[in-house]
Each structure stands twice: as C-alpha cells, then as structure tokens.
Ligand binder design. Structure first.
Ligand code: ATP
Length: 607
C-alpha cells in the first residue's frame, strides 16, 4: 500500500518536468559587456546629443541650490543681504528657466534612450533569429522549441532596462553624485564629511539586502518561466489532454504553480519594500547631522543660513543617484546572465557547414549514390551501418522498414541536414559536402509527412516553393496535383487565409498543397515522406494521381506507407536496424518471403 502511494507520488511529480533557467551567480563580466557594446556601437552618434542634453540637465539641477544660497545670503538676510527685490525676481526667473531646461532635458533623454534602446534590442533579436536559421538539425535535436523562444524573447527583453535607461542613467548619476560631493566639500569640508558618514554603512546594509532581493526576484522569474512552459505545453497538447481527460490534473498543477509563484512574489516584494525605509533612515540621520552640526557652525560664524539651505537641498538629491546606482548594479547582473545565454546561443556553430571553396551545384541529371555510409546521432549508437545505394536519374526508390530502422536518416543525409560519420553521398558524382547548401537544397525537394502550413493564404503557402511564381503558375501546379478544385471550394479560393499549421485543412488537402508547393519548386530530386494516416478512397485516388504528376521525370526517394506507392517504385530498399537487408522490386521481394514479405503481411492484411 505504502509502495503504491510512493509510486503514485513519483508519477505525479514526474508528469510535468520543466528545466529551470540558469541561476544568476555570475558577477560582472567585462568581456560580455564589450560584446554587448558592439550592438550599441552603431548608435554612438545618436547617443551624443543625448549625452550633451543629459550633462546640461544635470548641471542645471546642480545649479539651483546655489541660486537659493545666493538669494538668502546676499539678498534676503537683513545682515548680509542687499534687500534688492529686482535681483530676487531675476533669480526667481532664472530658477524657473533652469527647471524648464531640466524638464525638457529629462523628456528628451528618456525619449531618445528608449528609441536607441529598442533599436539595440531589435538588432540583437535579428542577430539571434538570423543565426537560428543557419543552425543544423543537431542543435534543434538538443533543444526544445520553448527554450529557443525564451532566448529570443525573455532573455533579450531582460536587456531592455540596461539599454534603455541603464547606460545613460549611469553616467548621469555618476556626474550628479560627484558634483554634489565636490560642492558639499567645497562649501564646508568638515560638514561635508560629517553628513556623508552614513554612506558606507548604508552601502554595506543595502548591498547585502540587494543580494537577497536579487535572489528573491530570480526565484519569481524561474517560477514564471515554469508557468510559461506549462502554459505553452498545455495549449499545444490540448487535444491530447482532453482526449485523455487530464484537464483536472492540469488545472490543479497550474493552480499549485500559480500559488507558489504568488508566495515568491510576496516575499520578493516585501524585501523590496524594506529597502525604502533603510534609505529614508539613513537620509534622516544625514539630515540630523546637517542641522545639528550646521547650526553649530553658523553660531561660530563658520557657515551661513544660505549655505545650510543649499546644503539640505543637495542632500535631498544625494540619495537618489546612490539608490539608482544600486539598482543599476542589479540590472547589470540580470543582463549578464541573459547575455551569457544569448551569446552561448550565438556562438553555437552549425555542425553542417559549407566548405570555404564550396561551389554551387550545376543543373543536375539526378543520379544519387550513397557510398558506405555510417552515421550516428549519438556517439556509439549507429543509426546507419555501411549503407550503399546507387540510384539512376529518374528512378523512384521506396524506403521501407520497421519504425526506427533508419529511413528518415537516409533522407536527412541526402538533404545534408547531417553529415555522415563515414562514407559519402554523391549527386551526379559530386560529393554533396563540396557544394553550397543553398544550391543543393534548391535541387532536392522535400515533402514532409507532417505537411507544414504557414499562416497566410493558400497562394502564399504554395508559393513557398518559388517566391516569384505568378498566379497562373500557381494555378497550373494546383490543377496538376488535383488541389485546384478543393481550393476553389474554399471561401476565398487561393486567397483563403489558413491558420498556422493549417488546422482548417484536412490531412489529404494539406498533402495536396505540399505536392503543389514541391511541383512549383521543380526539383530534380524529390524526397517524399508519405503520410501514415489513412484517408478516404477518393482522396487516396487524387493523391495517387497527383503523385504520378509530381514524380514524373524526377529521381525520387519515398518513405512509403501505401502499398500502391511501394508497388510502383522502381526499387524497394528494405532497412532493418540501420542496415539494408533486402533490395528489389515488389514481386522479387515478395517471392523472397523475408523481412519485406513480413512487413507487407503485417501492414497490409486489411488492404
Ligand atoms: N535526432 C535524433 N537524435 C538521436 N537519435 C535519433 C534522432 N533521430 C532518429 N534517431 C534514432 O535513429 C534511429 C533511426 O531513426 P529514423 O528516424 O531514421 O527511423 P525511421 O525508419 O525513419 O523511423 P519511422 O518510420 O518511425 O519514422 C532510431 O533508432 C532513432 O531512435
């Protein structure tokens, strides 16, 4: 009984497993900063006016307390002041002008830094996306689509704060802080030191608190990312969830995740809140010291009332930059962690790469030769063992075999999604590693079992095979593969919008569309991974006819599931555990009464 309960718990615990984000433990890393800066560099020119405006804004902010000091000591005070009200009015007007300048400067700075920041993020995002397009299948084998998405979205967004406010704010705060410290010390050295005595204490307390806050927010972020993964998976797998009546389980899991996220959020938020009072207390201590020691100095004629008021105004501006610099440090660490993940991604090199002297594949006849191919996806687990196949131009080859026997792997090597560990693949006698990938894939067409329909119109989806195709060409190929009639019966014909993955189309319709796409691109070698799902006889007939048109005059490789396709093939290759075990036409292989015979018997008993 106890064992069953333990087993149940284990099953429940293991049902949803999401990998966590990396923990931010890294400290500041200059090399990464330098790499991040390369994205900023093209915008240096745009940054110059922002920096000038920022300096003007900061200087006017620093100037205001000096005007106050002058007004009190030199105009207002009966002992030392002139009592000249015109001067007072002039000073007031000057002060107003300075506030206006500050306001305009702040507005301009925020607007421009946001624009520049967004441009930088855009170029990082584009760089990652462009890079992803070039990566080999091996990379995607190791990474779920979700984790790729997170890098392009979350990790790039995590850099937003740094690029939009961080850099300019850093300079502004440093200038403001240094300016205030210098002014305070120049006005009165001893008083300056006295009011700043709390700074190191505050710095120490806030640094340790910030560390806690950072980890607390990190926990929130991880829980958030787990919620996202679960959401993503739940939506994608909704059909299966409903079919297996797992909704309650799903909801309960989601509720637990949400609750745990809320708890972490509350904790992080409470820690964050405690930061304010610390600054306030420190600022209050500084102010007490100022008034206590300041009045003492005034009594001894070592200080003036005007200076005291100016001092207290500076003190009010003193803590803001310190606070912001602390926040910036946290931002920087978050950016470090994200950029590390981004760069790790960008540094990933395609395993299938073009040789430097790769030439474009000339117009081919279509003969293919697999020469003693050995291949493994993972070390010491060979997926293909010593495969040799000779295919003449225009021949059709059917690849058959049990699941996992290596059929798709052969196709993967022919498209050069992977390179063989041993042996060569030759097209018209040319090793495909010596030619450019683009020229290879232009002449080798691929029709996948899971026909991918992109969101857009039917026309766009067919045109994917040749982007500059005219409407007439599109209609011609659609007619040739028997797709025209069903397309015309859709609400907007060729302009009908199909949703992502083509959910509104039937399996057979999607197949016909993919045939039209392939026919339009007109490759000399065609690879076809036949859909396994059974379709009605009428569609089956249409597909058979379409296939005849599609295969005419081309060398073809088919992972065939339909008996009719297999029968029509010129040569059938039977694979078992990565080896070719039989080869010949249908009649020959049936007569052998070997693996092929067994497969046909088992699969087509009901045909
Ligand atoms: N991306 C991959 N990473 C690791 N191993 C893989 C990968 N793809 C396939 N394999 C392994 O390689 C072997 C051959 O797989 P392959 O996909 O070629 O089989 P198949 O004959 O096409 O199967 P099916 O008819 O089920 O599609 C299998 O053992 C499979 O587990």
């Amino acid at each position: 009984m106890a064992n069953k309960a333990t087993a149940d718990r284990a099953v429940k615990r293991d049902r949803f497993v999401y990998t966590d984000d990396d923990v931010i433990e890294k400290s500041f890393n200059w090399e990464q900063m330098r790499r991040l800066y390369t994205y900023m560099k093209p915008h240096n020119r745009e940054l110059i006016p922002v920096l000038i405006v920022m300096v003007i804004g900061t200087l006017t902010r620093l100037g205001v307390p000096l005007l106050i000091y002058y007004a009190i000591d030199h105009i207002i005070l009966p002992d030392t002041g002139s009592g000249n009200t015109t001067h007072l009015w002039l000073l007031a007007a000057l002060m107003l002008g300075m506030y206006v300048v500050q306001m305009i400067a702040t507005h301009f700075r925020i607007k421009q830094t946001n624009i520049i920041g967004q441009k930088v993020l855009l170029s990082i995002r584009s760089h990652i996306f462009t890079h992803i397009q070039k990566l080999s299948f091996r990379f995607f084998d190791k990474r779920p689509a979700g984790s790729v998405l997170v890098r392009v979205t979350n990790d790039v967004n995590a850099l937003q704060d740094l690029f939009t406010n961080g850099v300019v704010n850093l300079l502004m705060d440093i200038i403001q802080l240094i300016g205030i410290i210098v002014i305070l010390l120049v006005m009165n050295f001893k008083l300056g030191l006295a009011v700043m005595v709390t700074v190191p204490i505050m710095f120490f307390v806030s640094t340790s608190l910030r560390k806690k806050i950072r980890f607390a927010w990190q926990e929130v972020r991880m829980k958030n990312s787990r919620i996202n993964s679960h959401l993503n998976e739940s939506i994608q797998g909704m059909k299966v969830t409903q079919a297996y009546v797992q909704e309650k389980n799903n909801i309960e899991f989601f509720r637990q995740m949400n609750e745990s996220n809320l708890k972490s959020w509350n904790r992080a938020s409470a820690l964050n809140q405690s930061f304010g009072p610390i600054i306030e207390v420190t600022a209050a201590i500084g102010t007490c010291i100022l008034y206590w020691y300041g009045t003492h100095l005034i009594k001894n004629d070592a200080f003036t009332v005007g200076l005291l008021v100016a001092y207290s105004t500076y003190m009010a501006h003193f803590w803001d930059p310190i606070n912001r610099l602390g926040q910036l440090y946290s931002q920087l660490l978050i950016a470090m962690a994200s950029s590390e993940r981004i760069f790790e991604f960008i540094d990933e090199q395609p395993t299938v790469s073009e040789k430097e002297d790769a030439k474009p594949l000339p117009q081919i006849q279509g003969s293919v030769r697999f020469e003693n191919i050995v291949f493994e996806y993972e070390k010491d687990r060979p997926a293909l063992k010593n495969i040799s196949i000779d295919v003449k131009e225009g021949q059709s080859i059917a690849l058959v075999g049990h699941t996992g026997s290596g059929k798709s792997t052969i196709i993967n090597l022919l498209c050069r999604f992977y390179d063989p560990v041993e042996g060569r693949v030759l097209i018209d006698g040319i090793d495909i590693r010596d030619i450019t990938l683009e020229s290879l894939r232009k002449q080798v067409g691929l029709v996948m079992q899971d026909t991918f329909i992109f969101s857009g119109t039917i026309r766009d989806n067919i045109r994917y095979g040749k982007l500059d195709a005219t409407h007439d060409e599109i209609v011609r190929v659609a007619k040739a593969v028997n797709a025209h009639d069903f397309i015309m019966s859709l609400p907007d014909g060729y302009d009908t919008q199909v949703e992502e993955r083509g959910n509104m189309l039937s399996m057979g319709q999607r197949q016909l569309l993919s045939f039209a796409r392939a026919l339009l691109s007109n490759p000399k070698i065609l690879i076809l991974d036949e859909a396994t799902a059974s379709i009605d006889t009428d569609t089956e007939l249409k597909i058979q006819e379409a296939l005849k048109v599609l295969l005419k005059g081309r060398t073809s490789f088919m992972i065939a599931h339909r008996l009719s396709t297999i029968r029509n093939a010129d040569d059938i290759i039977v694979l078992d555990h990565g080896r070719i075990v039989e080869q010949g036409n249908h009649e020959q292989l049936m007569a052998q009464k070997g693996v092929y015979h067994g497969l046909i018997q088992a699969q087509y008993r009901f045909v």
